[in-house]
Design a protein around this ligand. Structure first.
Ligand SMILES: [Zn+2]
Length: 266
């Protein structure tokens, strides 16, 4: 019998200078990650510099796009969305001297038009903020996450899952995860399930928030827990799309990523 596919990926939004600390923590543990960076510094915070991003990229991390000025794309016209998503891709590619294929929706907001514009602009996929997922099958432009490095309340988790219309995530949160409210414990429990059953463990966060809320120790603990495991693939978000869409990568597994337009909920 074939072994279940187990994948770990991470992503970090907003391009704050403290992303360097996260990159170092990931590197020390053999973990990979994608850093989603808007062209302009988020809320005028100290931001990653171009040399920072270049050295992260040569260390094996992925830099993804996150708008010009962290625009909420679902509030823009199609023309404006296409302009923003095309420009942030092109400018980041010039800065990095490398291809940028992944996008992350600022504030997690998007609709059908947003997805169409991203496809037109040449992206291969996009990450959402929908929590509670460890499943291998998803639309490339609606990549979900497992959990966030942030102390949500149980109500916060349920609201997030309800917004994503994810009944299975809500059911799991009620029944299997028993309203786990500690973000580190929740991350560890989801990781255990990926080890047992296969799937994707995807943790995301904002380094500025981790700084502000003093979450570094919890994050270290969670990353230690997920690192150096046998038979686990450690990938960037783009690497995850590549892996799941390669026809030879998953024989015998019910794995798929839909790369065509997907019916995004409004
Ligand atoms: Zn953001």
């Amino acid at each position: 019998m074939s072994r279940p596919v187990r994948i770990v990926t991470t992503s970090w939004d907003d391009g704050h200078a403290s992303d360097l600390r996260i990159a170092e923590m990931l590197l020390d543990r053999g973990l990979r990650g994608t850093f989603y960076v808007p062209l302009h510094p988020f809320r005028d915070h100290p931001a990653l510099t171009v040399p920072d991003m270049r050295s992260m990229s040569s260390a094996g991390f992925e830099i993804g796009a996150h708008g010009i000025d962290h625009e909420i794309l679902s509030e823009l016209s199609a023309d404006e969305t296409l302009r923003v998503t095309t420009k942030c891709k092109r400018v980041l590619e010039d800065r990095l001297g490398a291809n940028v294929s992944m996008f992350c929706y600022p504030r997690g907001r998007y609709n059908r038009t947003t997805i169409r514009c991203l496809q037109k602009a040449g992206y291969r996929g996009a990450r959402t903020t929908r929590m509670g997922s460890i499943h291998l099958g998803f639309s490339a432009f609606e990549m979900p996450i497992s959990s966030q490095a942030y102390p949500h309340t149980p109500l916060g988790y349920l609201r997030n899952m309800a917004r994503g219309h994810s009944l299975s995530a809500m059911y799991d949160y009620f029944i299997d995860l028993r309203f786990e409210s500690d973000w580190v414990q929740l991350g560890k429990k989801l990781f255990d399930r990926v080890l047992q059953r296969g799937g994707i463990w995807h943790i995301y966060g904002h380094s500025w928030e981790i700084d502000e809320l003093g979450l570094w120790d919890g994050l270290k603990h969670m990353l230690d827990y997920a690192s150096s495991k046998d038979n686990v693939l450690y990938l960037t978000n783009g690497g995850l799309i590549d892996y799941l869409t390669a026809p030879s990568s998953n024989p015998g597994h019910n794995t798929h990523v839909a790369t065509n337009e997907n019916p995004a909920r409004p």
